[in-house]
Design a protein around this ligand. Structure first.
Ligand code: SF4
Length: 257
């Protein structure tokens, strides 16, 4: 995580980082890792945490709150009423709508916490999966941004676990004894996400470094070998062509003189 934080300049002097806790192993790992980093980093920053209740937790959140209290974490837990209404009114809403609701709630909470940075627990698995999903289903070469800004630029949004895979977060969260509160959606089958995860799992049996390789590919783009004309120097050939067309004319002119 430290490598990612430094490489993408995720955290800077004086930042107040609000960690989005989903109740899962990834975000709790992120929180603990940031608390460790806070002690060791040469810069000063503060960390707080929050959870948005969207009505999807399968177990009571209380044990999670107790765990955080025992760790001395400054945690805010907020029920998002519009999300609960959404579940009632549009029960089969998709992820797009759900995340739009969550994003609004997240910004509101982070603002209330006085944070200028919001940290999300997306892992290396999520980056690889979103890269494949975009390429295979939306016709785009893109993954998740490791660092980006909210539309109004009031928050830096960071994903420090970009190089940390879920095998590590699973083991780390278990070693902490952190209670994991599953979300109803994590149990869904037949989703693109689940299919891609299964494909990865299958491929990794024979090629254990696939994920590492995709991650390095994301940081090693060769646009001239892709088909996006915005990144191709299509004029270069013309220059050469026109000079090669001119060459015989010039030679003839010189010979005549
Ligand atoms: S997986 Fe569930 S909680 Fe996550 S964005 Fe989709 S609908 Fe919302």
């Amino acid at each position: 995580m430290g490598e990612a934080v430094a490489r993408f300049k995720m955290i800077r002097e004086g930042d107040r980082v609000a960690v989005g806790l989903s109740g899962g192993k990834d975000s709790v790992t992120l929180l603990e890792a940031l608390l460790l980093l806070q002690k060791r980093a040469p810069i000063h920053f503060t960390v707080c945490a929050f959870t948005v209740e969207q009505g999807k937790f399968l177990r009571p959140i209380a044990p999670f709150g107790e765990y955080l209290k025992s760790r001395g974490v400054d945690w805010t837990y907020k029920t998002d009423a519009p999300s609960l209404r959404l579940i009632d009114e549009v029960p089969d809403h998709g992820c797009d709508m759900c995340s739009r609701f969550r994003r609004r709630a997240v910004y509101e909470i982070a603002r209330g916490l006085g944070a200028n940075v919001i940290a999300f627990g997306h892992t290396a698995d999520d980056f690889c999966e979103s890269f494949l999903r975009n390429a295979m289903f939306t016709g785009r070469i893109s993954a998740l941004p490791a660092v980006t800004y909210s539309r109004k630029k009031d928050f830096r949004l960071i994903r420090p676990l970009v190089y940390v895979n879920e095998q590590i977060t699973t083991e780390y969260a278990a070693s902490l004894g952190a209670p994991v509160i599953p979300c109803g959606c994590s149990q869904k089958t037949g989703t693109v996400r689940r299919t891609l995860r299964d494909i990865f799992k299958d491929l990794e049996k024979e090629h254990p470094h696939i994920q590492t390789s995709i991650l390095s590919a994301l940081g090693n783009i060769q646009p001239q070998r892709l088909l996006d004309t915005r990144y191709l120097d299509l004029e270069a050939g013309e220059e050469q062509e026109s000079s090669s067309e001119l060459f015989p004319v010039l030679t003839a002119a010189l010979t005549e003189s």
